[in-house]
Design a protein around this ligand. Structure first.
Ligand SMILES: Nc1ncnc2c1ncn2[C@@H]1O[C@H](COP(=O)(O)OP(=O)(O)OP(=O)(O)O)[C@@H](O)[C@H]1O
Length: 247
């Protein structure tokens, strides 16, 4: 469903992403893990069409994101780590605007918006300006917007940061449920317990390369680790060593 082929990104002479190959299969939720600066956001931005890769391809639902961006963008919903939402619109206005971009028929859009406002417990605030929303409310609105067109794939960068326990549970359930019925979810996170609880497979990237890939259970078994934290720290140890040299 989501496919990265030899995906690479250079910033001048610095290689941020170095030939990443990765697939998120239909029905699968995959967590992208890695230390600060590993290349997670670069991967996600190259995948959703925000950052042109220096080499390689990104495909969603078989459509090349860079060759056929309009058709590809109909295949996925995207939630950035820091969503920019225009503050002078109400939540309802923003959702209607986004539904227009996705060309949803009016009646279908209204029904879908209503459903999402209820799901994300935003009904009471639907007519309030987004500039009055808290961080968590903006995050939920951004999620609702990404789901408007019921896309086959959902791509999220740090979906849980700053959410209260209610919203955390809501998003966890969503990530778990969404990939059922043949859809796919890819999210980047630093929250290892999230990956442990809500990922069929985990991809660990480090210095722009794929270091390990498998189900949490497989990875712990292969590397003789007791939990994902120990696994993560052990495999990316040289990252913290170089960080302490810089400090
Ligand atoms: N515009 C840019 N110009 C130069 N280097 C960049 C640029 N954007 C990112 N980088 C570098 O690319 C590398 C990967 O960055 P990226 O943001 O993808 O990491 P990340 O895994 O998302 O990190 P974090 O967990 O800290 O968000 C980092 O070394 C970063 O400094």
């Amino acid at each position: 469903m989501i496919r990265l082929e030899d995906l690479s990104k250079r910033y001048g002479s610095f290689v941020a992403l170095d030939g990443l190959n990765l697939e998120v299969r239909p029905g699968e939720t995959l967590a992208l893990l890695g230390p600060n600066g590993a290349g997670k956001s670069t991967t996600i931005k190259a995948l959703v069409g925000l950052l042109r890769p220096s080499r390689g391809r990104a495909l969603v639902g078989g459509v090349d994101v860079w060759k056929d961006p309009v058709r590809a963008k109909a295949q996925f919903g995207y939630v950035p780590d820091r969503p920019y939402l225009y503050g002078k619109l109400s939540g309802l206005e923003l959702l209607r605007f986004a539904a227009g971009i996705y060309r949803l028929p009016r009646a279908q859009a209204e029904a879908r918006i209503e459903e999402l406002l209820v799901q994300f417990r935003l009904e009471r605030f639907a007519s309030s300006l987004i500039e009055t929303y808290s961080h968590g409310m903006r995050q939920k609105l951004s999620l609702a917007m990404s789901l408007l067109h019921a896309p086959p794939a959902l791509i999220l960068d740090e979906p849980m940061v700053g959410l209260d326990p209610h919203a955390t549970r809501l998003v966890k359930d969503l990530l778990r449920e969404y990939s059922k019925n043949g859809r796919a979810v890819l999210y980047a996170t630093h929250q290892l317990h999230l990956a442990e609880q809500v990922a069929d497979r985990v991809a660990l990237v480090h210095r722009g390369r794929l270091l390990a890939l498998g189900s949490p259970k497989e990875l712990l078994h292969q590397h003789g680790s007791s939990d994902l934290e120990e696994f993560f720290l052990r495999l990316t140890e040289d990252a913290s060593e170089s960080a302490s040299v810089l400090a």
